[in-house]
Design a protein around this ligand. Structure first.
Ligand code: 5RP
Length: 235
């Protein structure tokens, strides 16, 4: 089974298991979250779900949701979210995550923190790691102003930072910022400590460590979808 098929499977499973009519739903970003948005659009079109409000985590997701006819609100227009479904770049055994290879980490984390109900991760099995930083770089969103100084500071924390580029120019997030993709040659020893160090630095807007946020993860394998977090099992 191909990776896109696994992503599709995880997303469809999560939408069927987690969404109920009338919910306010955070819509994640990236290719797996896009499968979930598609599944939601289909469920609204065939009447399986009704009266859902979506809160998108990126401009790309907003465009996709509008095309599917999913009613949207901005984050500041809602009281809180019942559930958010989003992808991840790494998922550790405690459901701590690295996110942001799609560049939407700041809005994704704001929506995650506004989610009073369940934060649902959808991923294929390649995203599961025993410790964060083993495979994926940690994306750090920085203000363009003085970004080289942030890169130097990050290097002091053991990171090898690289400015993300797109079409020959620094990548710009939906918020107009740059991203430093930070590789940790020995993995991330202490994610909590690193989080503290990162939030103390002026100019760092947000980072892709999502610690103690996820409620459940639906991980697609060729043998089925594994639910991690609240009652593990193969479904
Ligand atoms: C975007 C993200 C994505 O959720 C993450 O990169 C996973 O993407 P994909 O589902 O395409 O593998 O954090 O900012």
């Amino acid at each position: 089974m191909s990776t896109p098929e696994l992503k599709e499977r995880a997303a469809q499973h999560a939408v069927a298991a987690e969404l109920k009519s009338g919910m306010c739903v955070g819509l994640g970003s990236g290719s797996t979250a896009a499968c979930a948005v598609n599944a939601l659009g289909k469920a609204l079109q065939d009447g399986t779900l009704q009266a859902i409000i979506g809160v998108p985590t990126s401009e790309a997701t907003a465009r996709q949701a509008v095309a599917l006819g999913i009613p949207l609100r901005e984050l500041h227009e809602v009281e809180g979210l019942d559930v958010t479904i989003d992808g991840a770049d790494e998922v550790d055994p405690a459901l701590n995550l690295i996110k942001g290879l799609g560049g939407a980490l700041t809005r994704e984390k704001m929506v995650a923190q506004a989610t009073t109900g369940r934060y649902v991760v959808v991923a294929d099995e390649s995203k599961v790691v025993t410790g964060l930083g083993q495979h994926a770089p940690l994306p750090v969103e920085v203000l363009p102003f003085g970004w080289r100084f942030q890169a130097q500071r990050l290097a002091r924390f053991g990171a090898v930072p690289r400015l993300r580029m797109a079409d020959g120019a620094p990548f710009l997030t939906d918020n107009g910022n740059h991203i430093l993709d930070c590789t940790f040659p020995d993995g991330i020893d202490d994610p909590q400590l690193l989080e503290w160090l990162l939030i103390a630095l002026a100019g760092i807007v947000e980072h892709g460590l999502f610690l103690d946020i996820a409620t459940v993860a639906y991980i697609a394998t060729p043998d089925g979808v594994q639910r991690l977090g609240d009652g593990p099992g193969l479904e």
